[in-house]
Design a protein around this ligand. Structure first.
Ligand SMILES: *Cc1c(COP(=O)(O)O)cnc(C)c1O
Length: 372
């Protein structure tokens, strides 16, 4: 049933990725035969080119087919990724081990100190983060305020702009590439201005691949929208995105935004990093967030679950409308009007999501389900 539902977009994704796989190798050596010979060479077993064609495809070299056919065990990096992959490559049983992030690395200094004090041993056993529900709200809020201050100080240094520590701060930082739809928030700039004026500010970061024109265009559109919004809703695009900047941004904002086009996000991990710092996600239901979202408890969903009958234009329009309405009627009133409930959501992001979406749990699942 699910496989049938995934038909259209999965086929488009297959075509796109298949073409990419073939082009990388074939461009280097000229043609498919050369690409297959390159694989034969890499396999170091003098595999006949014809055998490679059996594994990797007759009319183009598909690296995913090759890997699937030469692997004893295969898994997706989230349940949704498993479902899409099984549909794209029928006949290959695919397991699922959802990604995680390294807890001690992605937890900011103020929260590390808080967890060290209240949840001794959490660095070696992040399942202990479940107990974040038992930490009092005040020290949680103090830790967050400290992480936010550190971020805003860095923003002031790099951009020369002073953001408001009391405004709801949305963060979006990841590779800039088309399917991630980083500009979805600016579909209706006047709507955003009306709902956010004086109480909302947005931080972006992320580079585009040098050959990714769409990714670069997204950055231009965000910078342009930011100019239009001016001081009403400050928007800053931070340059030179890297892991160090990522650490500051995932910890120092109030809400983590993700707006990929379904069903193209395999997992996503930055929202898991945010959860380690008590930062709830506001995200499209794709990748890991399908497993991590409990509406109003660990964060919020944007739009509906994936429906292959919905085309790109409709998805963009509906998701943007839902994003604005969630911000206006749920998230902004909660942040500015009910600090107690807000902190409870922060605690649930840690207790339900950081405790699970970490590399300790992930590696244990690889050992138990994949490696032995
Ligand atoms: C975690 C991380 C990513 C991945 O972000 P997604 O939201 O999962 O796409 C990308 N870049 C950097 C620097 C990161 O730390």
């Amino acid at each position: 049933m699910r496989a049938h539902l995934l038909d259209g977009p999965a086929r488009r994704a297959d075509a796109a990725y298949g073409a990419f796989d073939a082009s990388v190798l074939a461009r280097r050596r000229g043609d498919l035969r050369a690409a297959n010979e390159l694989v034969s060479e890499a396999l170091r077993a003098h595999t006949p080119v014809d055998t490679i064609r059996d594994f990797a495809g007759r009319d183009r070299l598909n690296m995913t087919s090759l890997a699937l056919n030469l692997s004893h065990y295969v898994n997706g990096v989230a349940r949704a990724h498993r479902d899409v992959s099984e549909h794209m490559f029928p006949g290959h049983p695919i397991g699922t081990i959802t990604n995680g992030v390294h807890s001690a690395t992605w937890t900011s200094e103020p929260f590390r100190a808080l967890f060290d004090h209240h949840l001794r041993g959490w660095r070696d056993d992040p399942a202990l983060l479940r107990q974040a529900l038992a930490i009092a709200p005040e020290p949680i809020w103090r830790a967050h305020t400290a992480a936010k201050a550190t971020l805003l100080a860095t923003v002031a240094t790099v951009s020369g702009r002073q953001l408001d520590p009391d405004a709801l701060t949305i963060g979006f930082a990841r590779r800039s590439t088309g399917y991630k739809r980083a500009d979805l928030l600016f579909r209706d700039v006047e709507r955003l201005r009306a709902l956010g004026k004086g109480k909302l500010q947005i931080l972006y970061a992320g580079k585009a691949h040098p050959h990714d024109g769409d990714g670069k265009q997204l950055i231009r559109r965000i910078v342009t929208a930011g100019r239009e919004l001016g001081a009403d809703v400050p928007v800053i695009y931070l340059p030179n995105y890297d892991v160090e900047l990522a650490k500051l941004v995932v910890a120092g904002v109030d809400v983590w935004l993700n707006t990929p086009l379904r069903p193209l996000e395999a997992s996503g991990t930055s929202g898991m990093k945010a959860a380690h710092n008590g930062v709830p996600s506001l995200s499209v239901l794709d990748g890991w967030w399908i497993e991590g979202c409990i509406e109003g408890v660990t964060g919020w969903a944007i739009g509906k679950p994936f429906d292959p009958g919905v085309d790109r234009q409709t998805a963009d329009r509906e998701d943007a409308a839902d994003l604005y309405s969630k911000l206006e009627t749920t998230i902004l009133p909660l942040y500015h009007g009910d600090r107690g409930r807000w902190i409870s959501i922060m605690q649930h992001a840690i207790a339900l999501n950081a405790s699970f979406f970490n590399t300790h749990r992930m590696v244990q699942q690889y050992v138990a389900n994949a490696y032995i």
